[in-house]
Ligand binder design. Structure first.
Ligand code: NAP
Length: 306
């Protein structure tokens, strides 16, 4: 299936590691953030803001061999992220690059364990990767069950698998922040069919609706076992993606008012760096839908719409 993120294969040779005296355990001085879907869009904005705020970023994207031709032509790669982060913030911001497909749930979850072994700590895990296939534009009647299963695996099962590993790593440290991207479209009523100008395909919204339950449930379960671990569901609002530009649907969406991906980048970095007892993080922890533009306007007092 995907490239297994074995340590030897997944590590970027140029990333500076903490020094390890023989036999000793060394923990990186920087907080470590694993960001899935860091090549472009919201995930890239999140990786950027976390690097800016001093995190060592483990940036996860798909292996090139797993990208369909249409996706391979989209702007945004792990190598570009690395180049741009180092140019902006210097060598200390060089990310570790990991290539892994969310269709492989176990390999995706193992990235968290590998990062913890490599750096001695994991402080933040953000899931912004999203599987998108033919089902994104198919009516229910056309949707093949194999395609539906890919959507469920990539956008639900894998999120659960990653959250399990993240929460276990955080519990070992006593704190940590898990964030996943949810979608407001999974809780609004459809107006027209997806192939007639509608924005809602069952294959996309159903796993998104299901995965939104993960964070409220985790919050309840963590109360007695790891009370300083925080979990957030963040809805970025309507963000124009490279895929929308490629498919020519960006202009239709722009009419509805869109949001810059950096709005979510800043909100996630704000939550990830919140000190213990921070009122905003406490209020949003475990909430089923946190609307990033609303939080942005509350914190920075500026209109989030483009
Ligand atoms: N854009 C919106 O308006 C909007 C609204 C609500 C919620 N969201 C949610 O926000 C999150 C980010 O969306 P976005 O708009 O930033 O999407 P995007 O621009 O399309 O980026 C998707 C990311 O996921 C990665 N990815 C795609 N398929 C993958 C696979 N099979 N395995 C591993 N990684 C894969 C892509 O990397 P590569 O293709 O380079 O591998 C890319 O980094 C998603 O969860 C989405 O559902 C977005």
């Amino acid at each position: 299936m995907a490239d297994a993120p074995s340590r030897a294969a997944s590590l970027h040779p140029a990333a500076a590691r903490p020094e390890r005296p023989s036999g000793g355990t060394v923990t990186d001085a920087h907080p470590v953030a694993v960001v899935y879907g860091a090549t472009r869009g919201i995930g890239r904005a999140v990786a950027w803001r976390l690097a800016e705020s001093g995190h060592r970023v483990v940036a996860v994207g798909r292996p090139d061999a797993r990208k369909p031709a249409a996706h391979a032509a989209l702007a945004g790669t792990l190598d570009e992220l690395e180049r741009d982060l180092v140019a902006a913030f210097g060598e200390r911001a060089r990310p570790q690059l990991v290539r892994c497909d969310v269709l492989d749930s176990r390999a995706s979850a193992a990235v968290v364990d590998d990062a913890e072994r490599e750096w001695g700590r994991v402080d933040v895990v953000v899931v912004s990767a999203v599987f998108q296939g033919a089902g994104a534009s198919q009516r229910v009647a056309q949707l093949e069950l194999d395609e539906l299963e890919r959507y469920v695996r990539g956008n639900f099962t894998t999120c659960v698998a990653i959250a399990q590993r993240a929460v276990a790593a955080f519990a070992r440290r006593g704190s940590g922040t898990f964030v996943q991207l949810v979608s407001g479209s999974s809780r609004t009523a459809p107006v027209r069919p997806v192939d007639k100008g509608g924005f809602m395909a069952l294959a996309y919204v159903a796993p998104k609706a299901a995965v939104a339950k993960l964070v409220p449930l985790l919050a309840v379960e963590l109360r007695d076992v790891a009370p300083h671990v925080r979990v957030f569901n963040v809805d970025p609002g309507l963000v124009i993606t490279e895929t929308m530009k490629q498919q020519g649907t960006a202009r239709m969406f722009e009419r509805w008012g869109t949001v810059d991906p950096d709005v979510t980048g800043r909100v996630v970095a704000r939550l990830a760096t919140a000190p213990r007892g921070d009122p905003l993080a406490q209020r949003l922890h475990g909430v089923e839908f946190v609307h990033a533009p609303q939080v942005f306007e509350e914190v920075w007092g500026t209109d989030a719409k483009l």
